[in-house]
Design a protein around this ligand. Structure first.
Ligand SMILES: NC(=O)c1ccc[n+]([C@@H]2O[C@H](COP(=O)([O-])OP(=O)(O)OC[C@H]3O[C@@H](n4cnc5c(N)ncnc54)[C@H](O)[C@@H]3O)[C@@H](O)[C@H]2O)c1
Ligand SMILES: O=P(O)(O)OC[C@H](O)CO
Length: 316
């Protein structure tokens, strides 16, 4: 297994010690992992390419790498973000930049905090692909005694579940940082799930996907874990840090920060009301005060929890 990294000094350190000290200090990587700073070496003979850079940086890299892939390489996106500007899901970015058809583009999404996985604690996930055989191939490749992947044909639902949960985790982090309690957290998780489901259904996803690992599962993990970068980022804002201060204090990617704007734009494009996402955008991108935003969210017009019995929900 070959791991590509940007910085030659980190690549050399990984090969010399078997440890990625900048991202996973203290974790011994399997002997089978070799690192390289040369993307051509990593792509050469790659049957399966796992893509895990931050979502806003994926397109330029993939464009640069376009000539490197074999025509049969299967792509697995771990990226839980939506591209700013185009509002494209990562599977769409991968398809556009590699030329791969739907049978070669998969998404792996679920409650998968990296630190717990490298500690080999049990986790489950979903491999989504339009082609069931490809999904099964990736499922087999990553199934271990401590990692249990399920297949799913709903790529849009799985991907959107992963991207929207980051935005909701930011919101939960804010209310946790403000000391607003567990009722507020439960309300945001539940209505956040409704928000993700509404948008997903409008985009052609199966609503039941959001009750699964890539929906509810990932919301629970991300909104309740101190390991979550999105939750931690929101928490800092809730404690009173400015957005710039929170960015400085965050060394890894909190995808929801940029993606909140893209998710909000998707809501506008598909005519879906996303009030929690709008609240996160107001705090992070429009300079609004968290206390005012929470007040505004709570004082919205009262609504039924659901309209009718066909799963169409009111805005929350
Ligand atoms: N860490 C997790 O627990 C976890 C779990 C599931 C999914 N993900 C998803 O995986 C993706 C990556 O997250 P992460 O945790 O690895 O983030 P990270 O911040 O730890 O690492 C991001 C990586 O992208 C690289 N990168 C940053 N800017 C770059 C650029 N301009 N060009 C090339 N490379 C660049 C960095 O060098 C780094 O290796 C995100 O979409 C995240 O949502 C993360
Ligand atoms: O640390 P976060 O907030 O990016 O979340 C990591 C994973 O997506 C959890 O499944």
């Amino acid at each position: 297994m070959t791991l590509w990294g940007r910085r030659p000094e980190l690549v050399d350190a990984i090969n010399a010690t078997g440890v990625n000290g900048d991202y996973l200090p203290g974790v011994q990587l399997p002997d089978s992992v070799r690192a390289t700073a040369d993307p051509a070496v990593a792509a050469r003979e790659a049957d399966i390419a796992v893509l895990a850079v931050s979502a806003q940086h994926a397109r330029p890299l993939l464009e640069e790498w376009r000539p490197l892939w074999s025509p049969s390489t299967v792509f697995v996106s771990l990226m839980k973000g939506v591209e700013l500007g185009t509002n494209r899901l990562m599977s769409q970015v991968i398809a556009e930049t590699t030329g791969a058809g739907p049978d070669r583009v998969t998404v792996l999404s679920g409650p998968n905090l990296a630190r717990e996985i490298v500690q080999r604690k049990p986790a489950a996930s979903v491999v989504a692909c339009a082609d069931h055989n490809t999904a099964e191939r990736v499922q087999t490749a990553c199934h271990t005694a401590y990692f249990r992947p399920y297949t799913n044909s709903d790529i849009v639902g799985c991907e959107l579940g992963g991207a929207v949960k980051n935005v909701i985790a930011l919101a939960v982090g804010v209310t946790d940082g403000m000391g607003l309690g567990d009722n507020a957290k439960a309300a945001l998780v539940t209505r956040g799930l409704a928000e993700a489901t509404r948008l997903g259904v409008a985009m052609g996803a199966d609503p039941l996907t959001f009750a699964g690992l890539a929906g509810m599962g990932d919301l629970v993990a991300t909104c309740s874990s101190t390991l979550s970068r999105n939750h931690s980022f929101g928490y800092r804002l809730g404690e009173g840090l400015t957005v710039e201060e929170a960015k400085k204090a965050t060394t890894q990617t909190a995808e929801g920060v940029a993606s909140s704007k893209a998710v909000s734009a998707l809501g506008e494009r598909y005519g879906v009301e996303l009030p929690i996402t709008a609240a996160v955008v107001d705090i992070i991108h429009n300079g609004q005060n968290p206390t005012d935003v929470v007040d505004a969210l709570m004082s919205r017009t009262p609504k039924p929890e659901r309209f009718g019995d066909r799963g169409r929900e009111a805005g929350n």
